[in-house]
Design a binder for this molecule. Structure first.
Ligand code: AMP
Length: 199
């Protein structure tokens, strides 16, 4: 079963690669950024709350994100695997995520053993791309939150709040690092090889 988290700074190619891998393994591509943008466009209560953070390049509060992801993972299409793109993005999200996975149909008497099992049930792809390349890629993308000011903030937010997850998942033997500084096809090939090895 393919269960992967895509980690990496903004502009690393997470969205593009997550989409390709999701299609080839027939699992849903769950991008928290995409779900949030849909909510913003629909002016839903979540969208209205999330918009101010997104416009600044800041992270949307953990509670909102955790609820949103939990609901999405309850969908029937997510019962046989998933690709999470852009979540978790903080250590709190990662810890709460494991707790939520634990709370669905597991053995309460063996939390530690169960936790290890859950950790083993998904891998985390760390797409690595140098900073100068990231900025150039983001500037050429032209999304609403891709202006120079916001980009700087998003990178800073990434290094402060998301990068600690690399160590978090490395310590749990879940991390697979991939060099993302190549063409889309070359990166896809290394990803597929890594995924094949992991399943
Ligand atoms: P992305 O498309 O992944 O770059 O996300 C766009 C924006 O959505 C981010 O800059 C954040 O404001 C917000 N966002 C997406 N995923 C998360 C998350 N897991 N936690 C907090 N904020 C998020």
């Amino acid at each position: 079963m393919v269960k992967l988290v895509f980690l990496g700074p903004p502009g690393a190619g997470k969205g593009t690669q997550a989409q390709i891998i999701a299609e080839s393994y027939q699992v849903p591509h769950i991008s928290t950024g995409d779900i949030l943008r849909t909510n913003v466009a629909e002016k839903s209560p979540l969208g209205i709350q999330a918009k101010e953070y997104m416009d600044q390049g800041d992270l949307v509060p953990d509670e909102l994100i955790l609820d949103m992801v939990q609901k999405r993972l309850e969908n029937p299409d997510a019962q046989n695997g998933w690709i999470l793109d852009g979540f978790p993005r903080t250590v709190t999200q990662a810890e709460e995520f494991v707790k939520k996975l634990l709370s669905t149909g597991t053995n309460e008497n063996d939390t530690e053993g169960e936790e290890a099992k859950i950790s083993n049930s998904f891998n985390v792809i760390n797409l690595q791309v140098p900073d100068d390349i990231l900025v150039a890629r983001l500037l050429s993308r032209g999304r609403q939150d891709d202006n120079e000011e916001t980009i700087k903030n998003r990178l800073q937010v990434y290094y402060q709040q998301t990068q600690p997850l690399i160590e978090f998942y490395q310590g749990r033997q879940q991390l697979i690092s991939i060099d993302g500084n190549h063409s889309v096809d070359v990166v896809t090939n290394s990803l597929k090889q890594a995924v094949e090895k992991s399943i």
